[in-house]
Design a protein around this ligand. Structure first.
Ligand code: GDP
Ligand code: GDP
Length: 453
């Protein structure tokens, strides 16, 4: 194994995993007030109450915030009694909720008291290891509090009296829900601190990185920044472009030409990797006058794996003739299909042609990188998608997407809660549709699954 391959074998994906927001599933038999409670939790932003009991509707998920904490509420919603009857159907639903959720909010109608169906659900919940918050709903006034007390009999701890309709007790209930959720470390957003956005200029030797840097820095260099410099070379440069200041990462590494010596590739890979770690967006330069090389493709893959935004700059455009242009289109189709979403600019660092188009492309990529789809919209998208093209049946089983949530931005990461393993082709289909509907230009997207056992 060459040194270069060795460097590749080291995991180039920068570790910046963010857990999805915790999921709270609402369970309970029909008509106990689940939808009303969901509306209450969401501040009535999304009306979902059905007046007809037992009406089937899709399982839906929504973003919720309480005391500054974000979580996803899954309303296990309407369903119809299955062949084994109501209790069995609700118990099934509770099982699903328990598998997919971090905490369960079990709603019981305190004015009715616990029914056989409630008992069946309580049975499931008691056996599961997930935290459960028991809501004694329809406690509209102090007089009705006694009804709540009776629900201790379910064996799930203290019943919390609440009136989903009037809001009584809902704050305390939500406090209890938050308490039941696992701790979270708030994800730190890039660019939020107001510092200049960070660009890595990447590409194999001789594609024109330092020429481009010189062109850009020309009259625009604001400050040479040497904060992290351990040598006398400045590490990053702050360059003003399009009325904004940008931090170009490790420009010293670009200017200090790597000599064609043994192991140069290895060090170039290390440099690329560390520049990526510190950047938000990568501009990968390729030489448009020559066919794409393995090394070009490797660098592009490194960017995608690192989860950074990506812009492709086809440099030396002044050398591209008709014939080459024709080949280029085919080459892009064939070799860059995995980066089809990256904005492309055709530039010449030498003549300055279209260099001004870089900044809008970078801004587009950064916008896609930070894009978030609200959970409600995401789930109606998923519902439509599954209806239009369900997952193929495999071995007599058909995995379903139950609901989805966007766990993070920068880059966008989606978690699909499923009833079985979704094959890669189907996940790619989901990604393609996500891009068609929501954009995400210039950013890799990560899709993972949480499979219900
Ligand atoms: P779901 O089937 O569990 O989703 O129940 P819904 O939210 O659709 O509520 C069923 C019925 O109970 C509706 O007519 C609601 O207005 C009513 N309801 C819900 N919460 C309360 C409450 O706290 N007090 C009273 N009095 N009625 C409620
Ligand atoms: P680096 O190794 O990626 O930093 O590449 P350089 O900036 O040193 O450029 C390598 C060679 O390509 C130099 O001879 C440059 O003059 C030339 N070059 C860079 N950009 C262009 C361009 O847009 N057009 C042409 N014709 N030559 C270029």
């Amino acid at each position: 194994m060459s040194e270069f391959q060795h460097a590749e074998a080291i995991d180039v994906a920068v570790e910046h995993d963010v857990a999805p927001p915790p999921v709270v599933a609402i369970v309970g038999r029909p008509n106990v007030g689940k939808s009303t409670l969901v509306n209450r939790i969401l501040g009535r932003r999304e009306a979902v109450v059905e007046d007809v009991p037992g009406v089937t509707r899709d399982r839906v998920a929504y973003d919720a915030t309480w005391s500054g904490r974000r979580f996803t509420v899954v309303d296990t919603g309407g369903w119809e009694p299955n062949a084994e009857g109501l209790a069995a159907a609700v118990a099934d639903q509770a099982r699903l909720a328990v598998d997919a959720a971090d905490a369960v909010l079990f709603v019981v109608d305190a004015t009715v008291g616990s029914t056989d169906t409630d008992e069946a659900v309580a049975d499931v919940l008691r056996r599961a290891k997930k935290p459960v918050v028991l809501a004694a709903n329809k406690v509209d006034d102090a007089r009705a509090e006694a009804d709540a007390t009776a629900l201790w009999s379910l064996g799930l701890g203290e019943p919390l009296p609440v009136s989903a309709l009037h809001g009584r007790g809902s704050g305390d209930l939500l406090d209890a829900v938050l308490e039941a959720l696992p701790e979270e470390a708030p994800p730190e957003a890039y660019g939020a601190a107001g510092g200049p956005r960070r660009i890595a200029l990447l590409g194999r030797p001789n594609v024109g990185k330092s020429s481009l840097l010189n062109k850009l820095a020309g009259e625009n260099r604001v400050v040479v920044d040497s904060v992290a410099g351990t040598t006398r070379d400045p590490v990053d440069e702050l360059i003003e472009l399009g009325g904004e200041t940008w931090r170009f990462i490790d420009t010293a590494g670009i200017r200090r030409r790597v000599r064609e010596s043994q192991g140069a590739d290895f060090y170039a890979t290390l440099r690329t990797r560390s520049a990526l770690e510190r950047s938000e967006v990568a501009v990968v330069l390729v030489d448009a006058s020559e066919p794409l090389t393995e090394q070009d493709l490797r660098i592009i893959s490194m960017v995608i794996e690192s989860g950074r935004a990506l812009v492709l700059a086809y440099n030396k455009w002044d050398l591209v003739d008709e014939e080459r242009r024709h080949f280029l289109d085919r080459e892009i189709d064939r070799q860059l299909h995995h980066a089809r979403w990256a904005p492309r600019v055709n530039i010449s660092a030498r003549t300055g042609r279209h260099v001004e188009k870089l900044v809008p492309a970078i801004e587009t990529a950064l916008a896609g990188w930070g894009e978030r789809v609200p959970t409600g919209r995401l789930n109606s998208f998923i519902t439509d998608l599954v209806a239009a093209r369900p997952h193929p049946v495999r071995g007599g089983k058909q995995p379903k997407i139950l609901f989805a949530t966007q766990a993070s931005v920068q880059p966008p990461k989606f978690v699909l809660f499923t009833s079985g393993f979704l094959e890669a082709g189907y996940r790619r289909f989901v990604e393609r549709r996500l891009r068609e509907d929501f954009g995400f230009e210039g950013t890799p997207i990560e899709i993972s699954m949480k499979i219900r056992e």
